[in-house]
Design a protein. Sequence first.
Length: 464
Amino acid sequence: MSNERFDIYATSDQSLAPGDARCPGPSPQDMLNRDMDTPPDALKQVKYEYLGSDDIPLSRYTDEAFYRSEVEHMWQKTWQWACREEHVTDVGDYYVYDICDDSVIIIRGEDNQIRAFINSCPHRGMQFFGAGEQGQGKQFLRCPFHGMSWHLDGSLRDIPCRWDFPHIEDEKFGLTEIPCDSWGGFVFINLDPDATPLGDYLQVLPEHFAEWPLENRFISLHTQKILPGNWKMCMEGFLEAFHVLATHPEALRTSSWANTQYDIFSPHVTRFFQNLSSGNPHFEKRYSEAELFSFFGHDGKTLPEGMTARQAHADILRENMSKELAVDLSGHSNSEMLDSIEYHLFPNACFFPGVVIPLIYRFRPLGVDRCVHDIMLLQPLPDSGIRPKPAPVEKLEIDEPYTSLASFNQTGLSHVLDQDTENFTRQWAGMKASKKGHQTLGNYQEVRIRHFHDVLDTFLRGGE
Ligand code: FES
Ligand SMILES: [Fe+2]
């Protein structure tokens, strides 16, 4: 394709202020205007700010002391989604969420309230459940070591050989409860007993997702893959589209990669907005709409007269996916159907509100040099309202590709994710071997990474 591109190596315009330069070609806002439909207001918002151009030290990724500081000052203080409400639909259903050295039991009580307790027995510290365990219908929580038990609301139920514990006061011997709340069908926890409310922490996210109720989705696929690098390095590989050029070259004909919009909405919420393109502006050749239609996998000759490839492709998807998912998608704009729209919630979660790419990501550290990447596919609930059971977790080790999973291959995304994750072994090795010791970011396309580090610093200084 090298003869098809013309302007990706164009030099920067020195007359512009830092951060003001943009790639030539239509922006996502231009594309929304061309779509001639009514996208949600959230997609029409643009909010970038220049945050500086200083290099970022690689020790923030590789240094053990920095990692310990994150554990102490950030992971102990931040809201993080632990599971979905559909994992704990009935009384006594539970789900174990693990983060660094902490483990939390999410459980639904007899009063239907979902609570979170530290997964550690008040007697001698035994865990009630193993890492990542989930199950149904517990009537109480019984420690497997000596058999002490607690009610689902965390209050003490029973102590074997009670005669030996006259010093225990029942009301002071409950399970350690931590803040727990829900948004969008996700159950969030915070290890800080004095945490600010989740509603405040989420900032603009609920407002933006008002038209994309994630609670009306179900988990059709859930994977957990171990990645070979620091959690921030791996996560940041998913916060920009700059890498599409070299990492996903086959996507260049349909991705508006360098024209992606990046937004910093509030300290905890950022976004990228990448069009499925009607003509990548970096190609010298101006393709006809019929040719563009063929890039989307259709017969170019079948493009209706006078219609753009983007419109026709969206129409086909609306019709086919409405049938496939048994849900009426006729009210969805072209952008919601086609584009890659990714919101990041500090510190470690990404939510894609679109229909074709309904991804959810979560990155959790496993020490300084490994992490686990959860991917969920959240499909719209069928119009019948009947909620399918959440897909079970499928686990992948470092050397197991997404293409080895039959379930993931059906999504059409496994090859792309393998390309992303195959970068990490060498990036991690290169970060550790670097003599320069810093990374240098683009002012616009990599601003979410810079912003993330700024917010992380706020936590490390004791704020949030
Ligand atoms: S450690 Fe739990 S009952 Fe003894
Ligand atoms: Fe990628």
